[in-house]
Ligand binder design. Structure first.
Ligand code: FES
Length: 159
């Protein structure tokens, strides 16, 4: 449960670790995002004040980085590569299968808080396209069958 005190402590810890220069902004946002699960309004306000970054600029920065979010995300974040090399390797057929299997569109989180689905640009492993990541795990050479098998593993608690 988020409390003001918790948020303050998390932001302070990140600032002590990274400093208050402009270079520290992304590391601080990343650490606070990872610790709280997302960048809460209270955290954004504190970071804005302590680093002297206008709120509008801060929200613009956060929206640029897919690993950062101002909305709660699911327990598992699925990131599907939508760049051209993966697309021509079969990604265009896999994407609807993945969306249907999760019951989500890009950017959505399931009502039970279990899954968030994101479409991302090339994460750099084109040799095994089509590719998706679930949290920090990369899954390549995707087929519709493999999508179902991988998601089933997570549903069964095997991952
Ligand atoms: S295009 Fe998908 S991993 Fe590079």
């Amino acid at each position: 449960m988020e409390t003001t005190k918790n948020v303050t402590a998390v932001v302070q810890t990140a600032i002590e670790r990274h400093g208050t220069t402009r270079d520290a902004l992304i590391p601080i946002l990343t650490e606070v995002n990872d610790t709280l699960g997302y960048l809460t309004p209270a955290a954004m306000t504190e970071i804005s004040q302590l680093l002297h970054v206008p709120g509008s600029q801060l929200y613009e920065t956060v929206s640029f980085y897919r690993m950062l979010s101002t909305k709660p995300r699911g327990q598992h974040v699925v990131q599907f590569c939508e760049s051209a090399p993966c697309h021509v390797m079969g990604g265009r057929k896999i994407w609807p299968v993945l969306k249907e299997a999760l019951g989500l569109e890009a950017g959505e989180t399931s009502a039970d808080g279990r899954w968030t689905l994101l479409a991302i640009s090339c994460p750099g492993v084109c040799g095994v396209g089509p590719v998706m990541m679930i949290d920090d795990e990369v899954y390549g050479n995707l087929t519709p069958e493999r999508i179902r098998e991988i998601l089933a593993l997570y549903e069964q608690g095997g991952v």
